[in-house]
Structure formats: structure tokens, C-alpha cells
Design a protein around this ligand. Structure first.
Ligand code: ATP
Length: 514
């Protein structure tokens, strides 16, 4: 646990030191759970967004993208169920006066049980060495089975109580599990209450004509209300999808864990409209497709897992999360939800407008069913960034800090370094910069010894360094250094662009999804 916390602190301080993420309004001591993306962070975020958009919109001829407004007619949120049901159960500790999400307290308790399982597995793996069969161990070891049963039954009960809005039982569960406040250590809790997460604001200048609005808590509704507009103008045939990336706002009860849970964040969502009855098939297809997208980035298969929901949201008939191993454990990164015809059906009722599709293959009109994929861009950023940050022991006894970002996402693709600041080397280096910058982000760096410059680029995640030396003036070659392997090769200046493009081009990475 202490190790995890340390790792996470390193992630946060590295993100600041290297210009990735700053606290919002830091000069005023910041604003809780609001962050700004800095010069490198904005580039990394843009690249993740583009990687998603290309995979969704460009590569699928039946998916189109839109960009709806953040403000929406207030009835939208009545129809979507957010006014009545977008609540989290909160609980206060009377001694520390700290507020918690009651369900998260229980889930954290379960995470501790799961950590015990991991411990048993590691112990056994050491004991049995090469013969260790993890699957068999998990299925047969009595202690592990006990832990597993405990974890499952707690989550089942929590899911049921939340579904039935039985907040008294949620409180009982917290008491039975003897969960204590992490700050005061006491078990002196208030009752559990519901808290609506939407931010309200007003539209209009005069007090009496002002209209109450909400900042959208999800981007999906902007897609639903435009469903027919897009279908008609795009002549879309079911099955088809509408994708969108944009800001969403939630007044989270507890916003910790850096950019994992913010009050203002960005979502990348896609609603896939299908014929009623085909939702199981599409739900499975999208689960598989989205996992492939994640795996294409090469961040390690073991770092992902599916988690099927016990508790379903008011609109869903099936739901799963793709969880990622963040520095604080496995947590939700993306949701895949089979939303039935709930949203379109409800917008029909509230607006009085038909939101139906005439399916000429079966000669029938219907309100389409929807399978949604919804991923937080900021959470994806954190996944990529925290996974990339590595302290590496080198053969010569020193260590180096490397940010092993997937090259396709790295903010800067190459640094161009003249070995020394004279003899015409800076001029040639600038010529290379001027040529490469048409195709990708590059930087020029002439300060400090070249070894230190390499380290600086390693820590910044730059996949390539190009060093210009005296030989370069004679034979038009440079040293190309690879961030991860630290290998250096001598290549012709004319070849550099091709080599880098082959490694950083989105096409090269997206093809791994096939
Ligand atoms: P959680 O259970 O963690 O609150 P959720 O189930 O409410 O998340 P969804 O409503 O399914 O999340 O939203 C889809 C995605 O949006 C999530 O998988 C997550 O990546 C992202 N997301 C949700 N809330 C936040 C937040 N407060 N800050 C950053 N990203 C968020």
C-alpha cells in the first residue's frame, strides 16, 4: 500500500515537473479536483483523442462524429433520468467531518480483500516456482476461495441495496464490515443520503425569465437528441453509430486520485444504434472491439480486466467496465453499456416527437436499441502516463527515469541535438528541425552534455533523439537513438523521417486491432 502511494506520488510530481498536468489556478492554491493540461499534457491528450476518433469514426464507415453543445434543454435531463436518479450515496464521518461515497467505502474494503488474494498468489508463485499454475491455484486454494466468496457476497449485497435504494442496508453493511474512516479511524457514521451530481446554472439575464440549466454530466444525451437529424442527413442505415468527444461535469462527492476523478472532465462516447433483439450480439462485439483498441497500445494485457456490473443503471440491460491497473489498483477506465431503447423512448415521451427508424429490411418502424462505449479521456491519460513512468536500473549501476509512452501518443516524437554549439552543427540541426516539423512535433535542444539531454528526453517520453556531430557535416548522417532500448544507429539524414514515421504513424498502431 505504501509502495502504491509512493508510486502514485511520483506520477503526480512527474506530471507537473515535465509540463503534463498542473493543478488548476495553482497561484490561488488550486481548486479541488480541477486540473489543467500543460504544454506536453495537451499534446498527449490530443493524441489519445485522435487515436480514439480515428479508430471509431475514420475506420468505421457506419460511424460518424458530432460535436454537441454542453448546454442542453433542461427537459433532456428529466427524460434521461438524471434529475431523479443521478445520485451517489454519501455518508459523513462525525469525528473527522469527512464526506465519503458510501459505495466506494465498501468497494475499497473489497479491494483490500482482493489484495490479500494477490498476496497469496505471489507467495505461492514463489514457493512453487516454474510449476506454478495460477488458474488452478485460484480455483482450488481454500483461503483464496474464502476471500473470493467474501468479496463477491459483499458486492452482491451492495449492488442489491443500491438497486433497491435501500440506504439503511448500505449503512448496515458499512457497520457490519466494521469500516472505519481512513482519517479519524472512527466508526461514528451518519446515515447514508442521496446526493445529485449535476451542476446547475442559469440561462438568461433577468431573474424572472432565467431558465435553470445543467452542465451536462455525460455527452451521450447530445447524441440521443440528434439521433434522427444525423440518421436522416447522413442517410445512415441501422446498425450505425454516432461518436462524440467533449466535456462533462459532475459534482463528485469525493474527488481524489488526481485526474482519475475530476469535477470537469472529458468523455469519448459512441452510441451504436441497432435493431431490438440484437443487443447481446452487439454488446459482446463492442466489448471485444474496445479491448482490442486498448491492447493495440501495447500497455500490457495483464493490466486490463473486464468487470461485469452487478448493479445496473436505470437504463441498462447489461453493462461491463474495462478496468485498468492504475497505481492505486484496478479501477474503471471505460464502460460498455447495453442501454436498450430507454433513452430514445424517453425522449419520445418527453418531447412528443417520434424518434423511430423505418427498417426496410423487415418493413417495420421501431425505436432503436443502443449499445454504448464510454471512456474518460482523462482516465485514459492517467492510464497511459502512469503505466509509462519507469525507473530503470542500468548496467553501469545508475538509474534512469523513462516515460515509455506508446510512440504514437508521445507529445514530441524527436529531439534534435547538436553535439556542440558551434562549427555549423546548430545550423544543420535547425535544418533537420525545419524539415521534420511538417510531419510531427520535434524540439531542438543544445543545452548541457548530450548524455544529460538524452536523459531529459527519456523522462519526457520522446521516442527518438537525433544527434548531429562533425561527421554529419561530412557524410550527411546522424546518430538516431531509441528511447526504450537506448540503442544508437548511424543513419542518413534523408532516412530519418521515414524511420520515425514508420514507428509513430497511427496507421501502424491501429492495424494491430485487426
Ligand atoms: P465511476 O463509477 O468511477 O464514478 P461511472 O460509472 O459513473 O464512473 P460513467 O458514467 O460510466 O462512469 O462514465 C463513463 C466514463 O467516464 C468512465 O468510465 C470514466 O472513464 C469517465 N469518468 C466518469 N466520471 C469521471 C470523473 N469524475 N472524472 C474523470 N473521468 C470520469
Amino acid at each position: 500500500m505504501a509502495n502504491q502511494e509512493n508510486d502514485f506520488k511520483k506520477v503526480i510530481s512527474h506530471a507537473k515537473e515535465y509540463g503534463y498536468v498542473f493543478q488548476s489556478s495553482e497561484i490561488y492554491d488550486g481548486l479541488s479536483a480541477v486540473y489543467d493540461y500543460a504544454q506536453n499534457g495537451a499534446e498527449l491528450k490530443k493524441n489519445i483523442r485522435e487515436y480514439w476518433w480515428k479508430a471509431m469514426v475514420q475506420m468505421n464507415d457506419n460511424i460518424v462524429g458530432i460535436d454537441a453543445a454542453i448546454f442542453m434543454h433542461p427537459t433532456t435531463w428529466k427524460a434521461s433520468g438524471h434529475v431523479d436518479a443521478f445520485n451517489d450515496p454519501l455518508i459523513d464521518n462525525k469525528d473527522s467531518k469527512k464526506r465519503y461515497r458510501a459505495d466506494v467505502l465498501v468497494e475499497d474494503h473489497v479491494a483490500k480483500i482482493e489484495a490479500k488474494i494477490d498476496k497469496e498468489v505471489n507467495k505461492a508463485a514463489k514457493r512453487f516456482g516454474a510449476q506454478f499454475d495460477k488458474k488452478q491455484f485460484l480455483a482450488t486454494n481454500n483461503r483464496v476461495l474464502d476471500y473470493q466468496e467474501k468479496a463477491t457476497s459483499i458486492l452482491k449485497r451492495l449492488g442489491k441495496s443500491l438497486e433497491n435504494e435501500d440506504l439503511v442496508d448500505v449503512k448496515n453493511l458499512i457497520e457490519e464490515l466494521e469500516i472505519a474512516c481512513p482519517v479519524s479511524g472512527s466508526r461514528n457514521w451518519t446515515e447514508v443520503k442521496q446526493f445529485n451530481l449535476m451542476f446547475g446554472t442559469k440561462l438568461g439575464a433577468s431573474a424572472d425569465s432565467a431558465m435553470d440549466l445543467y452542465l451536462r454530466p455525460e455527452t451521450a444525451q447530445g447524441i440521443f437528441v440528434n439521433f434522427l437529424n444525423v440518421q436522416k442527413t447522413g442517410r445512415m442505415k441501422i446498425p450505425f453509430g454516432i461518436a462524440q468527444v467533449g466535456k462533462a461535469f459532475r459534482n463528485e462527492i469525493v474527488a481524489r486520485q488526481f485526474i482519475f476523478r475530476q469535477r470537469e472532465f472529458e468523455q469519448m462516447e459512441m452510441q451504436f444504434f441497432i435493431r431490438p433483439g440484437s443487443q447481446k450480439e452487439w454488446y459482446e462485439k463492442w466489448k471485444e472491439n474496445r479491448m482490442k483498441w486498448h491492447l493495440s497500445l501495447g500497455m500490457g494485457e495483464d493490466n486490463y480486466r473486464f468487470h461485469d456490473h452487478e448493479k445496473l443503471a436505470h437504463y441498462a440491460d447489461a453493462a461491463a467496465d474495462i478496468e485498468f491497473k492504475f497505481p492505486f489498483g484496478f479501477k474503471e477506465l471505460e464502460g460498455i453499456h447495453s442501454r436498450t431503447n430507454f433513452d430514445l423512448g424517453s425522449h419520445e415521451k418527453h418531447s412528443g416527437k417520434k424518434l423511430q427508424y423505418f427498417d426496410n429490411e423487415i418493413n417495420e418502424s421501431y425505436v432503436p436499441y443502443v449499445v454504448e462505449t464510454s471512456i474518460g479521456l482523462d482516465r485514459m491519460f492517467l492510464a497511459v502516463f502512469s503505466n509509462a513512468l519507469t525507473e530503470e536500473a542500468l548496467d553501469n549501476g545508475t538509474t534512469r527515469t523513462v516515460l515509455r509512452l506508446p510512440a504514437v501518443l508521445a507529445p514530441t516524437k524527436a529531439a534534435i541535438l547538436p553535439l556542440i554549439k558551434r562549427d555549423g552543427l546548430p545550423e544543420l540541426a535547425h535544418e533537420i528541425v525545419d524539415d521534420l516539423k511538417w510531419d510531427f512535433n520535434v524540439i531542438y535542444d543544445e543545452k548541457d552534455a548530450v548524455g544529460r539531454r538524452y536523459r531529459r528526453q527519456d523522462a519526457n517520453g520522446t521516442p527518438f533523439c537525433i544527434t548531429v556531430d562533425h561527421q554529419s557535416l561530412e557524410d550527411n548522417t546522424v546518430t538516431l537513438r531509441h528511447r526504450d532500448s537506448m540503442e544508437q544507429e548511424r543513419v542518413a539524414i534523408t532516412e530519418v523521417k521515414g524511420i520515425i514515421l514508420a514507428e509513430v504513424a497511427m496507421k501502424h498502431w491501429l492495424q494491430k486491432m485487426k
